[in-house]
Design a protein around this ligand. Structure first.
Ligand code: FE
Ligand code: FE
Ligand code: ZN
Length: 280
């Protein structure tokens, strides 16, 4: 059965997100660990987490994905901002200890004129420091569109990070369909080739989650503007192939499309129908 959900607001807590997921036919979801622009996280509500975990078990919700604030920049040239990224991520990871099977996704960062090599060096440094602390949570590096000076727009850049980190056992990759398309990968006409390239360069065993977004812009545009499934340049049929691909269909899928809950429900319903049709 397809593991699919969407990005939900974490304002009302975990149980509320779990219930919201169920009402739209989702069996997983993604959420920001705190205000996406950074700032303090809410006080941990252990009773809410306990109630959520019980609810999730009964409802079959699993593999939820926590998303770090997207304003963190692990490779800023400003040492204070790098330290802030490190502290925020450590705090998030401490809190995620209460959610045993959640994964943690972050944007590698923007090197802003320092060059991609320096950017990668700082990201590696941050991950090595994070590894000094005990954790069970897997950290995912998200594939990026290459907007501005974003690091992680090619499989090679992500692989360089993964191989330079001293212990990469708890690291993986989250593939964002809009981002890889905007970065130039032709997932519309050559999905098989793109996955083969991913496997050759990074290894498919590192691929642990997929963000499902159509793109407002053409392939290679480096823009990162998400569109509703089927209304952008990637198109409905390509998403059908993505969620049913034998190398992808066991992974959790998260929609980050510009939608309200009803829109998400429609996308989930359509993608589920597609997947079930393929199964039979
Ligand atoms: Fe993201
Ligand atoms: Fe994404
Ligand atoms: Zn994006």
């Amino acid at each position: 059965m397809l593991r699919i959900g969407c990005h939900l607001s974490s304002a009302k807590g975990y149980l509320a997100m779990g219930k919201e997921a169920v009402t739209i036919g989702a069996n997983t979801f993604q959420f920001f660990t705190r205000n996406p622009r950074g700032g303090r996280a809410k006080e941990l509500d252990l009773a809410d987490i306990e109630a959520y975990l019980e609810f999730a078990k009964v409802q079959g919700i699993g593999q939820i994905l926590a998303h770090a604030p997207y304003t963190l920049n692990a490779c800023s040239k400003d040492q204070g901002l790098r330290q802030f990224a490190y502290e925020t991520m450590c705090d998030d990871l401490n809190r995620l200890q209460y959610l045993p099977e959640a994964m943690y996704n972050f944007h590698p960062g923007s090197h802003v004129k320092q060059g991609v090599e320096q950017g990668i060096a700082y990201i590696v440094e941050l991950l090595n420091r994070i590894n000094e602390q005990e954790r069970k949570t897997v950290i995912l590096l998200e594939t990026m569109a290459g907007k501005g000076s974003e690091v992680g727009q090619s499989f090679e850049e992500l692989q360089t990070i993964l191989e330079k980190v001293e212990d990469s056992r708890l690291l993986g990759v989250c593939l964002d369909t809009c981002h890889v398309f905007d970065a130039g990968y032709d997932i519309v006409h050559s999905l098989e080739d793109v996955l083969e390239e991913f496997d050759k360069i990074i290894g498919l065993e590192r691929l642990m989650a997929v963000h499902l977004n159509d793109s407002k812009n053409v392939r290679g545009s480096h823009k990162d503007r998400h569109e509703k499934i089927g209304e952008g340049q990637i198109g409905l049929e390509a998403f059908g192939r993505i969620v049913t691909h034998p190398k992808l269909n066991k992974l959790p899928f998260y929609l980050e499309t510009p939608n309200d809950l009803e829109g998400y429900q429609q996308e989930i319903t359509w993608l589920r129908e597609k997947a079930e049709y393929e199964e039979t």
